[in-house]
Design a protein around this ligand. Structure first.
Ligand code: ZN
Length: 409
């Protein structure tokens, strides 16, 4: 893509009203634009990142968990929430239709997915079943000041699983942990993201969260250095030791973090509310065991920004970077045009064809944070070379033009 075609541009200064690093960097880099507190537009560069994160999540949902993607409505009738006794939860946005109907904007989809699935599931042969969606969710947050880490409107992947019994659910629940781990590893925050024991509420002893360690986090977790899991502060009072290895509470490390995902056993809480049952081999009606599994897609992007930026801007991992290569021509244009046309056939390239000075182009390149920067200048071209620098490295290297492809592959 030619950078002159991007209608967005970078900003020199930090937006004053933004407190969080992720919002400051994303707005300065032209990835997002703030509409109001907790509500953002995703601009061309930001949307490319979101789509890549989504596709990594899709692959794990489809291949590791054998789940199927659907898309459910965001507008829900309040009647279904009365059935589950969730009509009064404080984060729900309420709205009315012209004809007097009372609706809420979805912050979670149990009230929609369970009646939906009951149309199609009746026998043990139909189970297990996993369905998921990637969709805009709404939460009536009291305060939203953490950029895209905590929004009133945000993108989320939510998966719901349906099982004949607890054993089958347990297998799926463990597989979901593997799928999630694969996702965090691939987008570059695996080493900072911990499986965290959280309160299970009324359904079970524990649910689990995935918490990414960052100073911007609003949560506190207690980390067990011995086995690499954590415990959420909310349950730490009831907990005397690490639930896995028994390391005593005083030896756990207290640290700030952000919840990027959660997985939750639902037992029969929602299948009971909507009378969702299956027939076993003997033809007896039995309750269906459920689980739900969320990942904050836009929040994940924010967590990557918080974790993988430096003083000059973003340092996107290749897996989710908006482009792989950023070509910066200085003075010369004919050779850089040729390099761009050639590379662009094989990989995603952003080509800075704007009529700007070298200093401004290089500053913008650091701010945008594309993994490989190629500077094409008359000086190095004398030797048939360009200067290639990885965004996460200090030193640039001189590479022969014909070797560029193999170098960045
Ligand atoms: Zn432990």
């Amino acid at each position: 893509m030619r950078q002159s075609q991007l209608f967005t541009r970078t900003k020199r200064d930090f937006p004053k009203e933004e407190e969080s690093k992720n919002a400051q960097l994303l707005i300065r880099g032209g990835f997002v634009c703030k509409e109001m507190a907790g509500v953002y537009s995703y601009l061309p560069l930001g949307l490319r990142i979101i789509r890549k994160i989504e596709n990594i999540i899709r692959r794990e949902m489809n291949e590791t968990l054998g789940a199927t993607e659907i898309l459910m409505p965001a507008l829900h009738p309040i009647e279904k929430y009365k059935k589950t006794k969730r009509e009064n939860i404080d984060v729900l946005f309420h709205t009315e239709s012209n004809t007097g109907g009372h609706f809420v904007l979805g912050q979670s989809h149990e009230e929609v997915v369970v009646p939906l699935v009951s149309n199609f599931v009746s026998s043990y042969r139909d189970l297990p079943l996993g369905v998921y969606q990637i969709q805009t969710k709404f939460r009536n947050e009291f305060r939203a000041k953490s950029g895209i880490l905590r929004g009133k409107e945000f993108l989320m992947k939510d998966l719901y699983s349906f099982h004949t019994d607890e054993e089958d659910f347990d297998r799926y629940y463990k597989k979901a942990q593997i799928a999630y781990r694969n996702i965090f590893n691939e987008i570059g925050i695996g080493d900072k993201t911990y499986l965290t024991f959280a309160s299970g509420g009324t359904f079970s002893k524990y649910s689990h969260e995935f918490q990414t360690v960052t100073d911007a986090g609003e949560d506190i977790i207690y980390l067990c250095s011995k086995c690499g899991v954590a415990i959420n502060e909310e349950i730490i009072d009831e907990q005397k030791e690490c639930p896995l290895c028994g390391l005593t509470k005083d030896k756990l490390e207290k640290i700030k973090s952000i919840e990027v995902a959660n997985i939750f056993p639902l037992k029969t809480r929602f299948s009971d509310a909507f009378n969702l049952k299956y027939k076993n081999k003997k033809g007896e009606a039995c309750p269906i065991i459920m689980g739900c599994y969320g990942i904050g897609v836009s929040r994940l992007m924010g967590a990557v920004v918080e974790s993988l930026s430096d003083k000059n801007g973003m340092v996107w991992p290749e897996s989710i970077a908006p482009f792989k290569v950023h070509i910066i021509p200085i003075d010369d244009n004919s050779v850089s045009e040729k390099i761009y046309t050639d590379l662009n056939k094989q990989m995603e390239v952003l080509y800075d064809d704007r009529d700007k000075g070298a200093g401004e182009k290089l500053k913008d390149a650091d701010l945008i944070g594309i993994p490989y920067r190629i500077v094409v200048s008359p000086k190095t071209l004398e030797n048939g070379c360009v200067e290639v620098k990885r965004r996460d490295k200090e030193q640039a290297e001189l590479i022969k033009i014909e070797k560029i492809k193999s170098y960045v592959k």
